[in-house]
Design a protein around this ligand. Structure first.
Ligand SMILES: Nc1ncnc2c1ncn2[C@@H]1O[C@H](COP(=O)(O)OP(=O)(O)O)[C@@H](O)[C@H]1O
Ligand SMILES: [Mg+2]
Ligand SMILES: [Zn+2]
Length: 362
């Protein structure tokens, strides 16, 4: 075989679609390096989102395409580089968190917290460093879902250390107050307390911080979304909500504060029978897809109503951590990659590269 050229290899690779981003490997600029040494072609790809679960498949499709061209000695290296993306104008990023992803819902009880923690765990399984901030000050549920309790450590009496469970860093008002003490918060107290929780936690170099927002789209949620540097939002809805247009309100809220909506997660979309495992569309089918189309946002995925998901989070043993090979975990991992890939397409934040320039109007 006569040696191929770099250009030829690149041309062959342009026939492969980059997962989730609707572009080929070349147009998506995922090719970091191609080196040719006699008959061996070494390809190095760099993705902008964590994708441990895709490496095997992607490697195989690269090898298959080259093998069709008679190139059989191929090595493929796939790495990930996650960067910070821009946030709302006039807000600075945190130095120890690259991207904040807000998880919101039009109303409570749709599975926002369940989705948040499993999404956080799934992003981590894909290779990212992840944290979760439980911003649901009225009903913090992450301590229970993560199986954590007790006050967080403080080394200097001013800042607190995140608690770590299953490798995910977390902070929750639930660690700081008694679960049985009813909290009476006025709006400004809530946003103040949450900003403090966010900025005074010593997050350790996070690629993604998932924020489990309080349910709804009222003043508190709006203020939070104006004050916290958010790179993207995920909206959780159940199929019945679609008719109620609650999720649409959440979409409008993020539009107002100029935070890109990465997509919708449809939760409890079908029911999986725990007796025989058959799947039933108890709320009708295709609602999430219809809504995504109607509002021009992505459907990131659908989760069934499955007793295993409920038992997991209710016992501090989320499915993605406890059942790594289950279909549910694969589903959450697919949603995690799709979410991160969508975020990777948003504009990047360059503030870290430039000195800060303040222009005063007076
Ligand atoms: N896909 C699902 N399958 C089964 N139970 C679920 C699912 N998603 C959420 N749940 C359960 O529904 C209840 C409400 O979920 P939660 O995440 O606390 O909602 P929210 O944060 O929106 O109020 C919890 O008991 C949770 O275990
Ligand atoms: Mg919740
Ligand atoms: Zn059945």
């Amino acid at each position: 075989m006569s040696a191929v050229s770099r250009e030829q290899v690149e041309k062959f690779l342009s026939g492969i679609e980059a997962p989730y981003i609707k572009q080929d490997l070349v147009s998506a600029k995922l090719i970091k390096d191609i080196s040719i040494d006699n008959d061996t072609v070494s390809i190095s790809l760099q993705l902008a989102y964590p994708a441990e679960g895709l490496k095997k498949e992607l490697t195989e499709s690269v090898k298959a395409v080259l093998s069709e061209q008679g190139i059989s000695e191929v090595t493929v290296d796939i790495s990930t580089k996650i960067v910070a993306h821009s946030v709302q104008k006039g807000i600075s990023l945190l130095s120890n968190v690259k991207n904040i992803i807000a998880v919101a819902s039009g109303k409570g009880g749709v599975g926002k917290s369940t989705t948040s923690i499993n999404l956080a765990l799934a992003l981590q399984t894909e290779g990212a460093t992840v944290g979760i901030l439980d911003a649901d000050i009225y009903g913090p549920s992450q301590p229970r879902m993560l199986g954590l309790q007790g006050k967080p450590d403080s080394k200097d009496g001013k800042t607190v250390e995140p608690k770590v469970s299953y490798g995910v860093q977390s902070m929750s008002i639930g660690y700081l107050i008694d679960e049985d003490t009813p909290m009476i918060w006025r709006g400004p107290m809530v946003t103040g307390a949450l900003e403090q929780l966010l900025t005074e936690t010593n997050w350790k170099d996070l690629d993604y911080l998932i924020i489990d927002l309080p349910p709804g789209t009222g003043d508190i949620q709006l203020t939070l979304c104006q004050k916290i540097p958010v790179s993207g939002a995920v909206i959780v809805t159940t199929p019945q909500d679609i008719a109620l247009l609650d999720a649409k309100k959440a979409l409008n809220m993020f539009e107002k504060v100029q935070v890109p909506v990465l997509g919708i997660v449809e939760n409890m979309s079908t029911h999986i029978c725990s007796e025989c495992g058959h799947e039933e569309h108890i709320f009708g089918s295709g609602g999430g897809e219809q809504m995504a189309k109607q509002y021009g946002v992505d459907l990131l995925g659908s989760l069934p109503l499955d007793i295993k998901i409920r038992e997991g989070v209710d016992n501090g043993k989320p499915t993605v951590a406890m059942e790594p090979d289950s279909a549910i975990t694969m589903n959450y991992r697919d949603i995690a990659r799709r979410t991160a890939a969508k975020l990777a397409l948003q504009s990047k934040d360059y503030s870290a590269k430039f000195p800060k320039i303040v222009i005063e109007n007076n």
